[in-house]
Design a binder for this molecule. Structure first.
Ligand code: ADP
Length: 437
């Protein structure tokens, strides 16, 4: 753009030119003619300015973004300056729009819900998480007071007397089971941000943790009460109780101590696999040796009360942690013995799967399990028959350990059972875990 000094210079030049024409015509012809022509020229210039001015006014009345008209003479500079301005403004608007868009995108991808509220608690904007958490719709509900749309009394009180820095925990009636944590944060001059977070999972974990502590305490309390009872009895009558009775009490106390020890061992195994510690050293485990080992163990556990058979037609090697696989096979086979009455049959099978991989299954002709219990069997401390589990030395953690170990080996546990007719527990290993040699 030209500096104002050049504009003045140009005006001066034009004025001098007109003056020169007037003087020249005045000298050559007559001053009246000279002045007349000079006036005509001034009038032409004035008219040209008026035309440009009217184009400027017309342009200024057009919507933002209308291209600046072309001008000539001094007006070329004016229009060029305006064009420059309008381009800068357009660029600024675009940058602002982009920033706003970026903010919205960021707010959309946040794991939390975000609602922008005006001073009067009207929804100005909200992201999809907030829509899902609060059962609102951006399209339908923007521009309406949030307290009309989400009418929970505690929520309304919280919004109407906001205490920034505190949060509110809510269980919305509309979405059963969901627990929300809401927090109001001041934003801008008078606006507020409502942050919403779904804490249902955390709540569930907290309940599980509480249940777990209660279960462990309960499991330890029973044998501990028995042991301390025996100790008291023995201490009170140390001289009077016959030696045979003392031995009997000590045997029972030792049995309870053994139970506690087993429980703690199982808990330690479970906690090490549940906390996601890396799987122990993996190796190619010889399935034949593993089956022989497990057969030996359950034969002694059964003490001749069951008919035990083993059938192995699957791949020779199974890749994994020898110790963990031993515990899975042992647990499943051990349960079959413990939950099958005397005279029952137990069949251990290692066989290839039609879709690849192989499965270790334990079939028994025992008590069987009613269908409603099946989905919960692998929960910690879940037992169908508490008494039988305890009497046979169970901790209620065996199948929870089995499930976790199998997950670490990309295997799955499939349980089929019919009450009164027996059960089949099947550990299915994927193809990459097995090999022939
Ligand atoms: P427990 O130490 O009580 O045996 P588990 O986790 O090994 O704990 O098993 C959970 C429950 O599943 C058992 O209490 C029992 O009720 C049921 N169960 C497991 N295996 C069998 C089976 N072969 N037959 C019948 N019920 C079984």
């Amino acid at each position: 753009m030209q500096p104002p000094r050049s504009i003045l210079l140009r005006a001066l030049l034009v004025a001098s030119f007109i003056g020169l024409v007037v003087v020249l015509l005045g000298t050559l012809f007559s001053f009246t003619l000279g002045l007349g022509i000079g006036l005509l020229m001034l009038f032409g210039i004035w008219f040209a300015h008026l035309r440009q001015l009217s184009r400027l006014v017309t342009w200024a009345r057009q919507p933002l973004g209308t291209p600046v008209p072309d001008g000539y003479g001094l007006w070329e500079d004016v229009f060029a300056a305006l064009y420059q301005r309008s381009r800068e403004q357009r660029e600024q608007r675009q940058a602002l729009q982009e920033t706003l868009e970026r903010f919205r995108k960021v707010a959309q991808t946040l794991p939390d819900g975000v609602v922008i509220l005006t001073e009067d608690l009207i929804i100005e904007w909200l992201n999809t998480n907030a829509e899902a958490h609060m059962g609102l719709s951006a399209q339908r509900d923007m521009g309406y007071p949030i307290t009309n749309l989400f009418r929970d009394a505690a929520f309304v009180d919280y919004l109407q007397a906001p205490q920034f820095g505190t949060s509110l925990e809510l269980r919305p009636l509309r979405s059963s089971g969901r627990v929300l944590n809401l927090q109001l944060v001041p934003f801008g001059e008078v606006q507020m941000l409502l942050l919403t977070r779904d804490v249902s999972q955390l709540e569930k974990l907290e309940t599980m943790r509480r249940d777990f502590v209660a279960n462990v305490s309960h499991e330890l309390k029973t044998p501990l009460t028995v042991v301390s009872g025996f100790i008291e009895t023995l201490a009170d009558g140390i001289d009077d109780i016959p030696k045979d009775d003392v031995r009997h009490y000590l045997d029972l106390a030792a049995e309870q101590a053994q139970r506690m020890q087993q429980l703690i061992e199982d808990l330690l195994i479970l906690s090490s696999i549940e906390t996601g510690s890396p799987p122990p050293h993996e190796e190619e485990v010889m399935v034949a040796a593993l089956l022989a080992d497990v057969r030996g163990e359950i034969t002694s556990l059964s003490a001749g009360r069951h008919q035990i058979t083993v059938d192995s037609s699957g791949p020779a090697l199974l890749r994994g942690s020898a110790k963990e696989l031993r515990s899975v096979f042992g647990n499943l086979a051990g349960n079959a013995v413990r939950y099958t009455p005397e005279g029952g049959k137990i069949h251990l099978v290692w066989a290839p799967l039609p879709e690849g991989g192989a499965a270790f299954s334990v079939r028994d002709s025992g008590l069987g399990i009613a269908p409603e219990h099946l989905p919960r069997l692998t929960e910690r401390f879940y037992r169908v028959d508490r008494g039988r589990s305890r009497d046979t030395g169970g901790t209620g953690l065996g199948l929870a350990i089995v499930k976790h170990v199998l997950e670490r080996h990309q295997a799955e546990l499939v349980i089929e059972s019919e009450l009164g007719h027996g059960s089949e527990f099947c550990a299915r290993f994927p193809a990459h875990r097995v090999s022939a040699s």
